[in-house]
Design a protein around this ligand. Structure first.
Ligand SMILES: O=C(O)CC1=CCC(=O)O1
Length: 264
């Protein structure tokens, strides 16, 4: 575990695995921190230099006042890569993390070897929906909306069979700094990568969960259709957070894509 000051923000991160291997960066979603990747990382740490980090406003990173722009998140990530002396990496982004990866691939392709876009889209939700969510949180905090969010994060089966784990992930969500949550909602709300997606030229894999209530499979499939050469894969029995719910399947899909993309 380490901290770096990037763009005047303290970013919490961790580098594990093969120090001379190709770099593989995981980018987490709204309301989560890098612990969500814990069950996936062992599938890569023997061959890759794995970078995990908490984007601004999440986990142990600083949470400056809202709103944030998507480019703030992208600039933070580029700054972190510079500080770790990583010129080029493969990126796995979940949800808003996938938006950050898309923007990076479209605007800084020289830093990107391949991308895996997990439960994400060129555009997530509508400005009205995000405005509603932000005003509810400004009024009453994150707690009252957590049950709805967890229903989108995890399938009913997972919630029924893993109540203690779900309670733990709920703690992570509720403890997200309000500034960080609101700031990132604003970044998602203003972002539409539909035009930019067509500029992506790196090998891309889009993965959906068949029971994802946040970025439904057809939305992810549509995004795959916007990116030249992108492949689409569906994970069965998964909600929005397959790195927690289906880590073995997700790791297999990521690994195959990285091999096909020559990131080995
Ligand atoms: O909170 C949700 O609905 C899920 C989500 C949307 C964007 C993101 O990163 O997570």
């Amino acid at each position: 575990m380490a901290f770096a000051r990037i763009n005047n923000i303290v970013l919490h991160h961790q580098v594990v695995g093969a120090s001379t291997g190709p770099a593989l960066v995981f980018i987490n979603s709204l309301g989560s921190d890098f612990r969500i990747w814990q069950a996936v990382v062992p599938a890569f740490s023997d061959r890759y230099r794995v970078v995990l980090y908490d984007k601004r406003g999440h986990g142990l990173s600083d949470a400056p006042p809202a709103p944030y722009r998507m480019d703030d998140h992208v600039d933070d990530l580029l700054g972190l890569l510079d500080s770790l002396e990583i010129e080029k990496a493969a990126f796995v982004g979940l949800s808003v993390g996938g938006m950050i990866a898309q923007r990076l691939a479209a605007h800084a392709p020289e830093r990107v070897q391949a991308i895996v876009l997990c439960c994400t889209a060129a555009k997530i939700g509508t400005a009205e929906l995000w405005a509603e969510r932000m005003s509810a949180i400004e009024k009453d905090g994150i707690e009252p909306i957590t049950d709805n969010i967890l229903q989108r994060w995890f399938t009913p089966r997972f919630r029924d069979t893993n109540p203690v784990d779900v309670a733990g992930w709920r703690n992570m969500l509720v403890r997200t700094p309000v500034n960080g949550y609101l700031g990132t909602c604003a970044a998602i709300s203003e972002t539409d990568m539909t035009a930019d997606a067509g500029r992506i030229r790196v090998p891309a894999l889009c993965i959906a969960g068949d029971q994802d209530g946040s970025t439904p499979a057809e939305v992810v499939r549509h995004t795959a259709g916007l990116i030249p050469g992108a492949r689409f894969e569906l994970i069965k029995e998964s909600g929005h957070i397959p790195c927690v719910e289906k880590p073995v399947t997700l790791a297999r899909l990521i690994s195959q894509h990285l091999q096909e993309a020559g990131c080995v």
